[in-house]
Design a protein around this ligand. Structure first.
Ligand SMILES: *[C@@H]1O[C@H](CO)[C@@H](O)[C@H](O)[C@H]1NC(C)=O
Ligand SMILES: *[C@@H]1O[C@H](CO)[C@@H](O)[C@H](O)[C@H]1NC(C)=O
Ligand SMILES: *[C@@H]1O[C@H](CO)[C@@H](O)[C@H](O)[C@H]1NC(C)=O
Ligand SMILES: *[C@@H]1O[C@H](CO)[C@@H](O)[C@H](O)[C@H]1NC(C)=O
Ligand SMILES: *[C@@H]1O[C@H](CO)[C@@H](O)[C@H](O)[C@H]1NC(C)=O
Length: 483
């Protein structure tokens, strides 16, 4: 096995200068097999990664703080006077630690204009801190910082439009960067908004990690992401009220647990246990995986996942668990929902805004309900019918106690005569839309009748023969273009 590492400077775009392209080319071992003496290249694997760098990186070997003395990389909040018992107000102390951390040692830059803080940590030391104002970062243009390990609770006079942790710069951002922050990690935190505002706000930032957080008692959003890209929310728990389900106050749950108003974010392995809306998505290319929503039942007006991006949805929902609360998608264009479990009559509602649905896959899911005849996929056409429907595949889902709906349907009709009618309305999702038909005509006895497909209107397939015959007709229809 040989491997080589090539490093070269490129100048791909004007905004992304000083890129270092590290190309790792691995030539895998050359195998010689028994009867074949000529060596062949078994496999060539090519792996490339881009690392953004800056000339400052190599020029700053000894990090120093604003004072000129070496700075600590860990900022223990109690040494700033924060009260870990949660009795007295710790806002100023915590903001002091944040301010020092943001002003700490520079290790060059991450994205252009983002000072690399080298992985500095603001340590909450397992304490419980009361705050009366958002922990809003005083300056922008910082990255590689961790806040971890404790509880923040909003006081009774916390602003009810505020966020406990606010990654948006206050007034003067003090930075030349196009983004506010990069690679800020918020982990192992319990955030209690005390029914005053929200938990975390991330604005115009890159590559933010929110990991193992428990966000509760929010009234607006548990986590709000606006602009920027790649906020990754992992292994976290969000709920307006602390409940284990079947809460007598469920009807009154409000707020949104996660609100993604930006692109390229990811939510993985997250439980949402109370809120009116579990996850609201209004930016593209977000992916949701391993999400368990039992926030507010559809029957009480709740929604598990709401996709409010009519016309350009670009959302993937996989391996998730919608528990008595469903998914709503407005004019879905490029939407993939698979390998998910819908319990308690939870269903998917496709809502027409301008009547467009394109590139939708709802496949390989399981639905379980209580025999009330609830359709697994429903259309809301109050704003007008879906009239531009293309590349829609709703198929291969299984149901127990609910009503299967699909864009592909099969039926066999037996008869003695010259006309066979297969009515597929009970299965098909769209009314009066059959794009393709395949049928097989099996005639009994010795006759060889001519037969033809006559009509597909109103989701009814009509096959006729030129003479009376006893026959069985097998019909498969598609409302998309999958065959
Ligand atoms: C950073 O340090 C400088 C110099 O001491 C000071 O003027 C500035 O206010 C500090 N900024 C923050 C955000 O603390
Ligand atoms: C910060 O302010 C500067 C100057 O006003 C501006 O050019 C820059 O775009 C701002 N950055 C952010 C992230 O808002
Ligand atoms: C829900 O809210 C209504 C109106 O505020 C209130 O009357 C009712 O008692 C609440 N129900 C529960 C179960 O909390
Ligand atoms: C079909 O109908 C014809 C005429 O009514 C009758 O003679 C024949 O037995 C029927 N065949 C079957 C299989 O029912
Ligand atoms: C197909 O059937 C519908 C009613 O089911 C009818 O209105 C229409 O005229 C038929 N089309 C043809 C080509 O026979």
């Amino acid at each position: 096995m040989t491997s080589s590492v090539l490093a070269m400077d490129t100048d791909m775009t004007t905004t992304r200068k000083a890129l270092v392209l590290v190309v790792i080319i691995m030539f895998m071992s050359i195998h010689v097999y028994g009867h074949n003496s000529s060596p062949h290249r078994d496999r060539l694997r090519f792996q490339a990664s881009l690392i953004q760098s800056n000339s400052v990186l190599s020029n700053s070997p000894s990090p120093t703080g604003a004072t000129g003395k070496p700075s600590p990389l860990e900022y223990d909040v109690t040494s700033y006077g924060a009260d870990p018992t949660g009795v007295s107000d710790s806002t100023e102390s915590l903001l002091g630690a944040i301010s020092d951390a943001l002003n700490g040692s520079s290790n060059g830059f991450l994205f252009e204009g983002i000072v690399n803080l080298g992985g500095a940590e603001i340590n909450l030391q397992g304490g419980n801190y009361l705050i009366s104002r958002p922990l809003q970062f005083p300056v922008a243009g910082r990255g590689n910082l961790v806040i971890h390990g404790g509880t923040l609770k909003a006081s009774n006079n916390f602003p009810d439009d505020g966020y406990l942790i606010d990654l948006s710069p206050s007034s003067n951002n003090g930075s030349s960067s196009a983004y506010n922050y990069e690679f800020i990690t918020l982990r192992d935190l319990l955030l209690d908004s005390n029914y005053r505002g929200g938990g975390i706000q991330v604005v115009n930032s890159l590559r933010t990690s929110i990991d193992n957080c428990y966000v509760t008692h929010f009234t607006t959003n548990g986590i709000l992401v606006q602009g920027g890209h790649e906020t990754y929310i992992r292994s976290s728990y969000l709920g307006q009220h602390i409940t284990a389900g079947g809460d007598p106050g469920e009807r009154n749950f409000s707020g949104t647990a996660i609100n993604l108003m930006g692109n390229d974010n990811s939510v993985t392995d997250v439980v949402i246990f109370s809120a009116a809306i579990g996850i609201m998505v209004s930016g593209q290319a977000n992916t949701l995986s391993g999400v368990h929503c039992y926030n507010k039942a559809t029957g009480f007006g709740g929604t598990g996942i709401y996709l409010k991006l009519p016309g350009l949805t670009q959302t993937r929902i996989v391996n998730s668990y919608l528990d008595f609360t469903g998914i709503v998608a407005e004019d879905p264009v490029q939407l993939h929902i698979s390998s998910s479990f819908f319990l308690g009559d939870a269903y998917i509602l496709l809502k027409s805004i301008n009547g467009v649905m394109n590139g939708v896959n709802i496949v390989d899911n399981m639905f379980a309900g209580s025999d009330k005849g609830i359709d697994i996929v429903q259309l809301d056409q109050r704003n007008g019918a879906f009239k531009e429907v293309d590349q829609v595949v709703i198929d291969r889902n299984n149901v127990k106690g609910m009503k299967l709906k699909s864009t592909v349907a099969r039926e066999s009709v037996q008869g003695n005569g010259s006309s066979w009618i297969a009515d597929l309305n009970s299965i098909l999702v769209f009314p009066n839309l059959i794009k393709r038909v395949q049928y097989t005509f099996i005639a009994m006895g010795n006759s060889f009748p001519n037969h033809a497909l006559r009509n597909v209107s109103s989701n009814q397939v009509v096959i006729q023969s030129d003479k009376d015959v006893s026959a069985t007709v097998f019909v498969t229809v598609d409302q998309g273009n999958s065959f």
